[in-house]
Design a protein around this ligand. Structure first.
Ligand code: SF4
Length: 326
């Protein structure tokens, strides 16, 4: 039987990048130490903050909910509120939102649910139908991600949050860095990092990523070892092609050269101040349609909604009447 490097008890995990085996106790203590260190070193949560936790019910966001609850609940200076975005993918999100609700009840955290249907008048299922009718070839996630960020930000602002914590893990962050690098998007790179956003601007709730230094597999192990219920189903539209390719590439590199993902993120962090400095003078505009901040004239949300609206013109009823008039 393989034993824990620290105490010789039976091991539950082998962290290749560290070259050590860990028992349950030592794995969990390492996990906590690393999350706490990241939060304190970056100063991402301060006294007086109201932190919105983007909670989807999956392993990463559920780990985040428990971690922040254990660290900050009861602290007089920090308030927590969980926010779930229900995109409206049939048979998927409604279940995971229920799981979040159960955890919040147990932890005594307020739980807010916002939905695409209420905010945009249609669930993601309908958005997908319109996109497919229009022959749109981009992955659904590129559209859904923009809409989701928008409603989470809006809800966080309404709830008086000063920070919005997302469950991005080490794998997500390494993928985003590499994707932006491959696409040459330096402006987007400046928006990565532990505290997202070039500067704090009106209407934009700063995003923080407390689990950014934790590999995806370790979040899964954290919830498993703590016996925490998670929603295991996955979104039917998941699968952004480019991210999927980068994920595979990084996993191959990690299996051949353990620690690659850490190296990418840590090297990027050394470059981040320079990237942020370069973007500092660039002031965002207000979207001409909705007034939200944007780098162009019309924000991406309005662009997507306009595109969907124009797609609706070819509705079944209209197609039917056109056909009848031929
Ligand atoms: Fe939206 Fe993609 Fe996430 Fe599904 S996987 S909820 S489509 S971002």
């Amino acid at each position: 039987m393989v034993k824990c490097t620290a105490c010789r008890r039976p091991a539950v995990a082998y962290l290749r990048y560290a070259g050590h085996y860990f028992c349950k106790k030592h794995f969990l203590s390492l996990y906590w130490r690393r999350v706490k260190r990241h939060i304190y070193r970056t100063g991402m949560i301060q006294k007086g903050d109201t932190v919105g936790i983007a909670a989807s019910g999956g392993k990463d966001s559920t780990a985040l909910l428990y971690v922040l609850s254990k660290m900050f609940k009861g602290w007089p200076g920090v308030k927590l509120v969980a926010i779930s975005a229900d995109e409206g993918a049939k048979g998927y999100r409604s279940e995971s939102v229920k799981v979040v609700g159960k955890h919040c009840k147990r932890l005594g955290i307020r739980h807010e649910i916002v939905s695409f249907k209420k905010e945009f008048g249609m669930p993601i299922d309908k958005v997908v139908r319109v996109l497919r009718r229009k022959g749109e070839t981009k992955g659904v996630c590129s559209f859904c991600g923009v809409l989701r960020r928008y409603i989470l930000n809006k809800a966080a602002r309404r709830l008086g949050c000063t920070k919005l914590a997302t469950a991005h893990n080490l794998d997500d962050e390494a993928q985003s860095i590499l994707m932006n690098f491959m696409r040459g998007q330096t402006d987007r790179m400046a928006r990565l990092g532990p505290v997202t956003g070039v500067s704090r601007q009106d209407g934009f709730v700063q995003r923080i990523k407390p689990l950014r230094k934790i590999p995806e597999k370790e979040n899964a192990l954290f919830v498993l070892l703590n016996n925490i219920e998670i929603e295991k189903g996955s979104c039917p539209y998941r699968g952004e092609a480019f991210r999927g390719d980068v994920r595979k590439l990084l996993n191959i590199m990690e299996s051949k050269h353990a620690g690659t993902k850490f190296t990418i993120v840590e090297t990027f962090d050394k470059l981040l101040p320079a990237l942020k400095e370069k973007q500092k003078g660039e002031k965002p505009n207000k979207c001409g349609m909705c007034g939200e901040l944007t780098s162009g004239h019309t924000c991406k949300v309005c662009q997507i909604l306009e595109m969907i609206k124009s797609g609706k013109v070819v509705s079944k009823r209209k197609r039917g009447s056109k056909a009848a008039g031929r």
